[in-house]
Design a protein around this ligand. Structure first.
Ligand code: GDP
Ligand code: MG
Length: 457
C-alpha cells in the first residue's frame, strides 16, 4: 500500500512507495506535480511529471503498488488511490521533491501546496493511507555518535560546575549567507574557508568554543542545495544530518535578500525537529530598502525561538548571539578538550587552505570542480614539509592553475603557505602539483578516495 504522512507545520505531504529506513535516501530530484481531487475537493491521488532521466527500472518500488501506474510516453507517474475518475486537478507551484535510494529507485516524494489550497482540510479520503509523522522524524534522526569521527577523548583539566552547558549548534542556511564568516568570527580564528562564491565549505566543520560557562560545538554545514552531482548529494546529506542532531539550530540568512526556495526548504527541515531554533539575520551592516520586508518574510518561515540581527563581517551582535545559544544548550560537561578549536585535522585544514587560494586566484576560470589531497606530510625539526595535489576536471583548468611559467601556481602556493604557517605556527614548505581527474565529482570511487565519505563523519 502507498503510505502518506502530513506535516502541518511545514505544510508538506509525503507519499511513500516503500518503508523508509534511516539513511536509505541517497539522492533527490524535483519535478512538477498535480494533486487529484474528488467532487468535494478531497485529495485522491497525485501525478508526477518525470522526464527521460528516470529509467523505468528506477520506478520498481513505486510500480509494486496497484495504485501506481506509469505512462512511459509522457513520463507521467500517477498515484490513484481509488477507482473513481478525479473530478479536478490542482497543479502545484512548488516542485515536488523526489527521494531516491542507493540504487536510484524512487522511494517517494514530498509535496508542498500554496497556503490558499488548504492542504490540511483535504486529507479526509487519505485517512486509511496515513501514517504518523513520528516515524518520519525518526528517519531523519541519525544517532549522534554516527556524526563524530571518534568518540571525543575524555576531557581534560577543567572540572565543569553543575551549571556548565555544552552541546552542538548547527549553522545552516543557503550558500553565501555568511555561515563560515560567522564561524570564524565566533571562534576568533580562521577555521572555515570563506569565499565570495557559494559552496566553498565542503565538509561539515566543527568549530569548538570553550568559555568558563559552556562549550559550544558549531557545525558549519555545506549549503543545502539542489543536488546535481554526486558531490552535491553528499553535501545535502551532510546538512540534513546536522539538523536533527543539533541541540540548537541557527538558520543564517542574508537579510539583504528575500527568502528563496532553498530557505523555505531548509526551514521546512528545521520545523520537523524540536530543538530550539534561532533566526540569525546576517549582513545588517548592508543597508537595503527592502530589509524590513525581507525580515518579515524570514520570520514567516518560523516559528523561531528568537531572532537576532548580526554582522558576521563586522563582529556585531555576536555576544548576544552566543549568550542566547548558551542559554538553550543542555547542562553537560566538556565534550572536547578545552584547548581544542576544531576537530578537523591539520592535514584537512591545510588542504582547505590550498583550495581557498585556488578559488581566490582563479576566480571564474576554475569552478568548484577542484579538490586538494595532501600526499605527504613530514614534520621535521625546523619545518613541516607538505606535498599536495590539486585535482581539476579539465586540461584547460590545469593550464590556468599553473599559469605562464608556473606563476599562478607559485602565487597560490605562497599564499597557502602563509596561511598554513599562521595556523600551524611552524615554518612550512609547500609543494603543489596539479593533476586532471575527469568527472571526479560524479565518480563514487574517486569521491571515496578523496575522503568524502558519507556516514563516516
Ligand atoms: P557561506 O557560504 O554561508 O559559508 O558564506 P561565507 O561565509 O563564505 O560568506 C559569503 C560572502 O558573504 C563573503 O564574501 C563574505 O565576506 C560575505 N559576508 C559574510 N558575512 C557578512 C556580513 O555580515 N556583512 C557583509 N557585508 N558581508 C558578509
Ligand atoms: Mg561556507
Amino acid at each position: 500500500m502507498v503510505t502518506i504522512s502530513f506535516d502541518p507545520a511545514a505544510g508538506t505531504l509525503y507519499w511513500y512507495f516503500t518503508e523508509l529506513i534511516a539513511g536509505s535516501t541517497d539522492s533527490e530530484g524535483e519535478c512538477a506535480s498535480t494533486l487529484l481531487v474528488d467532487l468535494d475537493g478531497q485529495i485522491i491521488g497525485v501525478e508526477l511529471e518525470l522526464d527521460e532521466s528516470i529509467a523505468p527500472d528506477d520506478l520498481t518500488l513505486a510500480l509494486e503498488h496497484p495504485e501506481v501506474s506509469y505512462d512511459r510516453r509522457n513520463y507521467l507517474l500517477s498515484v490513484r488511490l481509488f477507482a473513481e475518475e478525479p473530478a479536478g486537478a490542482q497543479p502545484l507551484h512548488e516542485p515536488a521533491i523526489l527521494d531516491f535510494d542507493h540504487d536510484g529507485r524512487l522511494q517517494g516524494c514530498e509535496l508542498v501546496a500554496a497556503a490558499e489550497f488548504g492542504l490540511a482540510d483535504r486529507l479526509v479520503r487519505l485517512a486509511p493511507f496515513m501514517i504518523a509523522l513520528e516515524d518520519e522524524a525518526a528517519i531523519e534522526t541519525a544517532p549522534r555518535d554516527q556524526l563524530l569521527d571518534q568518540p571525543p577523548e575524555a576531557a581534560s583539566a577543567v572540572a565543569p560546575s553543575s551549571s556548565f552547558r555544552s552541546g552542538f549548534v548547527a549553522l545552516v542556511g543557503r550558500p553565501n549567507v555568511g555561515k563560515s564568516t560567522l564561524l570564524n568570527a565566533l571562534l576568533g580564528q580562521k577555521v572555515a574557508i570563506v569565499s565570495p562564491k557559494p559552496q566553498t565549505t565542503r565538509m561539515p566543520l566543527r568549530g569548538i568554543l570553550t568559555r568558563p560557562d559552556a562549550q559550544i560545538i558549531f557545525v558549519d554545514t555545506p549549503g543545502i542545495h539542489d543536488p546535481r552531482t554526486k558531490l552535491g548529494t553528499f553535501m545535502v546529506e551532510q546538512a540534513r544530518r546536522a539538523i536533527p542532531d543539533a541541540d540548537v539550530i541557527c538558520l543564517v540568512v542574508d537579510l539583504t535578500r528575500p527568502p528563496g526556495r532553498l530557505d523555505e526548504r531548509i526551514a521546512g527541515l528545521i520545523r520537523r525537529v524540536r530543538s530550539p531554533r534561532l533566526l540569525v539575520l546576517n549582513k545588517v551592516d548592508m543597508r537595503t530598502s527592502d530589509g524590513q520586508a525581507n525580515v518579515d518574510a524570514y520570520r514567516a518561515l518560523g516559528p523561531w525561538d528568537m531572532e537576532l540581527a548580526i554582522s558576521a563581517l563586522h563582529h556585531q551582535g555576536l555576544e548576544t548571539l552566543l549568550d542566547e545559544i548558551v542559554q538553550r544548550l543542555p547542562l553537560g560537561t566538556l565534550l572536547y578538550p578545552d584547548d581544542q578549536l576544531t576537530d578537523q585535522s591539520a592535514r584537512e585544514h591545510v588542504a582547505e587552505l590550498v583550495r581557498e587560494q585556488v578559488l581566490r586566484y582563479t576566480e571564474q576560470e576554475v569552478p568548484h570542480g577542484v579538490a586538494v589531497e595532501i600526499e605527504e606530510w613530514e614534520e621535521k625539526e625546523r619545518a613541516i614539509y607538505i606535498r599536495a595535489t590539486i585535482y581539476v576536471e579539465k586540461d584547460s583548468q590545469k593550464g590556468i592553475l599553473i599559469g605562464a611559467g608556473g606563476t599562478m601556481l607559485k602565487r597560490i602556493g605562497s599564499a597557502a603557505r602563509h596561511s598554513a604557517e599562521a595556523v600551524l605556527g611552524r615554518t612550512v614548505y609547500l609543494e603543489l602539483w596539479v593533476k586532471v581527474r575527469q568527472n571526479w565529482r560524479d565518480d563514487p570511487s574517486s569521491l571515496y578516495w578523496l575522503g568524502y565519505r558519507a556516514g563516516e563523519r
